[in-house]
Each structure stands twice: as C-alpha cells, then as structure tokens.
Design a protein around this ligand. Structure first.
Ligand code: ADP
Length: 460
C-alpha cells in the first residue's frame, strides 16, 4: 500500500505510457493525488536514490493506487528502476524560479544541421518544463536521445519560460565525460551536488516497446531479479536462470526487449550472431564464444544476446559437424557461469523446434517466451512509439492505421512511420517561401501514411 509521511507518498515505479515518454510527467493515481494535495500540471518532486522533478498528470483509473508511472529519463534522473519505490512530494512552486539561462548539451547522435534546427526549437518545446542541472531530458520531435542539462541560472530547480535563454553547448558524449563533468560541477549544493549526474540512457527503454507488456513482464521477472539482487538467490540457495529463449518471427522486438532490459538494469550488453559464428573457420568460432563470455564476466552484470541461435544450435545430427562443436562450447560456457546470475544469455530464434534439445534443458535456456506477431492493439501501441516524436496532422488516426496493418510486425510499422516522414519531406512545397514556412512547422498527414502503406509490405 502507499504510505504517506508528513508530506510525501511512497509509490512503486512503473514504466510510462508510450505516449508520455519524453514529456517529464508523472502519472499519479487519484488517491495519492489527493493525499499530496496537487492538481494536474503541478510540479512534484520524485525522490529515489536522487531527487528529480516532474509534472503531475492523472493516472488511468485502471492503474493500481500504489503505482507512479514515469519514463526512462525521469527514472534515470531519480536513480530508480522499475519496481522500486520512490517518495513523491508536492513541490512548492513558489520556490521554482523562472530560469534566466539554461545550457543543454545535445546528444552526440544529433548532427550539425539538426543541432541548428534544434536550437530554435528547444526553448519553445521545453516551455514550463521544470529542470535542474545534471539531469537528462528528451525533447520530443528533436531527437530520440536525451539532452543533458549542463547549467542553469539561477541554480536549483528552475522552470523554462518564454524569457529563458536556452543555449546548446558541446555535445554530451563526443568528448567523453567532459560535459558530464561540467554538469556535476555546475550543480549547486542546493541541487544535490554530491550525487553524480545521471548516467545517460541512450539505449531503448521500456517505453520504446509496444504491445508486449506481458512478454516484457516475463522477461523482466527472469532477468532483473538475478541481475540486480544476485545475493538474494545465493542466500536462498537457488540457482538463478542462465538463459532465456525468445522465439517468434523476425522484426517483432526480440532484440529490442533484450537491449531495453540491459539498459534498464544498467547491465552491459554483448551480442553474438549465430550465422556470423557459423561462418568462422574451425576453432575460431569457439574462441570467439569464449571471448564474449570472458568479457561478459569481466563487465558483469551482462546480458549476452545470441541472435539467430538456431543457426548454431540446430539439432545435433552427424557428430563431427561445426554445429556440434559450437553447441558443445556454448553448453560448457553456460554451465560454467557460476551460480551468481550475473551473466544471463538471451537467445533469439524464429524456429524454436530447430534448437538442440540439450540447450533447452535445465539450467540453460529453460524458459521460453513467445514474441508473436502483434494484434491490432499491439500495432497501435507500436505505432504510438514510432510516431511519438512526429508532428502529426489532425487527420492522422493511429487507430485506423493499426486496423489497416494486419500482418505488420514492429519493424514494418517502424518502416511505415519513417516512410510517412520521408513522403512528407518529398512532398514539401517547392516555392522557397512556402517551403521555409513548412520547414518551420512540418506536418505528416494521412496522405503521407497512405503513401507509406502502399510501399511497405507486411512480413507476416
Ligand atoms: P527481432 O529481434 O525480433 O528480429 P528487433 O527487435 O530487431 O526484432 O526489431 C527491429 C526494429 O523494429 C526495432 O529496432 C524497432 O524499431 C522495431 N520494433 C520491433 N518490434 C517492436 C515493438 N514491439 N515495439 C516497438 N518497436 C518495435
């Protein structure tokens, strides 16, 4: 149950709704909202290992009363993971000052041109957003990756207003930790100078996965606990799982889930491609497998993602084949993972039956989770993910597109969204003035989606 102290409420963290990602909002259930005495749009403080601020929005009534939904950046800023507990307090907004100046460092992935465009856009897009130095914020429609707040005048929690000068500084990653270091130096004692600046979540987060809530829940249950609390397993004397098999058609999100889980639990990520391993000379494949596992152990906790595992692990037929040797090596390596659960192998395949039974037995890949072709509701969520940063015209209905895309998997829907954006760019006005006006306020329309749908074939 939620517990309240003098002025705070403890809630358990859940991932945000797909449409909320990057908006700096905390969805809070009605009961907690009343306890806190806040209204929709008010700023709240979220305290995990660190403290951050977000705008309060109401939660859907179907969400349990004990839960707060916040996105990956807010989780990183508060130093919490999904499933952990945070304390929410109302923020006395009279203490949130208007920012005179805010310096952001753009994500390294943002090219020069985009950076120029962004500098015009960000101030407006961040209007009324509470920020503090050291935090990361995602800016919808500018980049998928987060910006870092390097510096604010005044210090502490500030609100960006129309009067705020927003400046883009050097990028956050290209020059290593420099920008991060600045961010730490810039935060005043009043803003938790002791706590390190949040580590960038540049990989995918749970909000980037559409239509796979139950599957993701299963994967998390298998993986998060052993990786985050290996000692718990040790104390209980049980062996944490060393492998999980995800099976389903290509493009349904198997890699995405593996990357997101690694990212959310701050684990390292190693990939092995089955076909690539198979193409090596005799002996080299085993060597490469050993190296990957060695690195995984050194950088633990680690998720090793073994893509198209069926290409090595096809049922062992004639004894001396390459498959036999490689499967043997993999079995040895997986059995050799000590029971600490700090390295977990996720295998992906679209042909679960083609996998060597020895690999599917106890202690290896002994859990199988199907990642199927999405249904209409799943397609809708996936489309919400991929159109999140897009300026959609009023006539675009994600529901209608979801209905019209039977047989499309996540990768196809991603392609539909990109194709629609490309169509919009191709069909820009030719007249220079009109074009400039369009560039300032671009729109992707229903007609652009029609063009995209005509060019993308469903995989399933
Ligand atoms: P798989 O590993 O199952 O072959 P991927 O995870 O590599 O598929 O998916 C490829 C791309 O398709 C992803 O990077 C993502 O852009 C998109 N995609 C696939 N499934 C989903 C999903 N369930 N939700 C959102 N995007 C998805």
């Amino acid at each position: 149950m939620s517990r309240s102290d003098a002025d705070g409420v403890e809630l358990s963290v859940r991932a945000a709704e797909k449409r909320d990602a990057g908006r700096g909002v905390a969805r809070i259930p009605e009961r907690a909202r009343r306890e806190l005495g806040v209204l929709s749009g008010d700023t709240v403080v979220i305290e995990g290992e660190r403290a951050t601020v977000a705008k309060m929005w109401p939660a859907d009534p179907s969400v349990p009363e004990t839960v707060v939904q916040i996105d990956g950046d807010t989780r990183a800023n508060a130093g919490v993971h999904v499933g952990e507990t945070v304390t929410i307090r109302p923020k006395d907004t009279s203490t949130i000052r208007e920012a005179e100046r805010v310096t952001l460092s753009p994500p390294p992935s943002l090219g020069e041109d985009d950076r120029r465009l962004a500098s015009r856009d960000v101030a407006q897009k961040l209007r009324n957003r509470p920020v503090r130095a050291g935090e990361q914020i995602r800016i919808e429609g500018v980049s998928q990756d987060p910006f870092t707040v390097v510096d604010t005048t005044p210090n502490g929690d500030v609100r960006i207003s129309s009067a705020t000068a927003v400046r883009l500084g050097a990028d956050a990653g290209a020059n290593g930790g420099a920008a991060q270091g600045d961010a730490a130096a810039a935060s005043s004692p009043g803003t938790d100078a002791a706590s390190p600046p949040s580590e960038g979540t540049t990989g995918p987060t749970y909000e980037d996965i559409g239509g796979l809530d139950e599957e993701l829940e299963q994967v998390r249950e298998m993986i998060e606990l052993p990786l985050s609390e290996p000692e718990l397993f040790r104390r209980l004397g049980v062996e944490p799982p060393s492998g999980v098999l995800l099976y389903g058609p290509p493009g349904t999100g198997k890699t995405l889930i593996a990357r997101a889980v690694a990212n959310e639990v701050d684990a390292s990520f190693e990939t092995i491609s089955g076909p690539e391993i198979m193409s090596k000379y005799k002996g080299e494949s085993e060597e490469q497998l050993r190296e990957v596992f060695e690195r995984a152990r050194e950088n633990a906790p680690t998720i090793v993602f073994f893509d198209e595992i069926d290409s090595i692990a096809g049922a062992r037929g004639d004894d001396e084949g390459a498959e036999n040797r490689i499967v043997g090596q993999l079995l040895t390596l997986m059995d050799g993972l000590d029971a600490r659960g700090e390295v977990i192998v996720i295998g992906a395949t679209n042909r679960v039956d083609a996998i060597d039974p020895a690999l599917r037995r106890g202690g290896r890949f002994d859990r199988e989770i199907q990642i199927g072709v999405p249904d209409e509701a799943g397609r809708r969520e996936i489309l919400e993910v991929h159109t999140r940063g897009m300026p959609l015209a009023e006539d675009v209905s994600v529901e209608t597109i979801a209905r019209r895309t039977h047989g499309f998997v996540g990768a196809d829907l991603d392609a539909v969204a990109s194709e629609a954006a490309m169509a919009a760019i191709r069909e820009r006005p030719t007249d220079a003035d009109d074009r400039e006006e369009w560039n300032r306020d671009p729109r992707v329309t229903r007609a652009h989606f029609d063009t995209a749908l005509a060019s993308v074939e469903p995989s399933a």
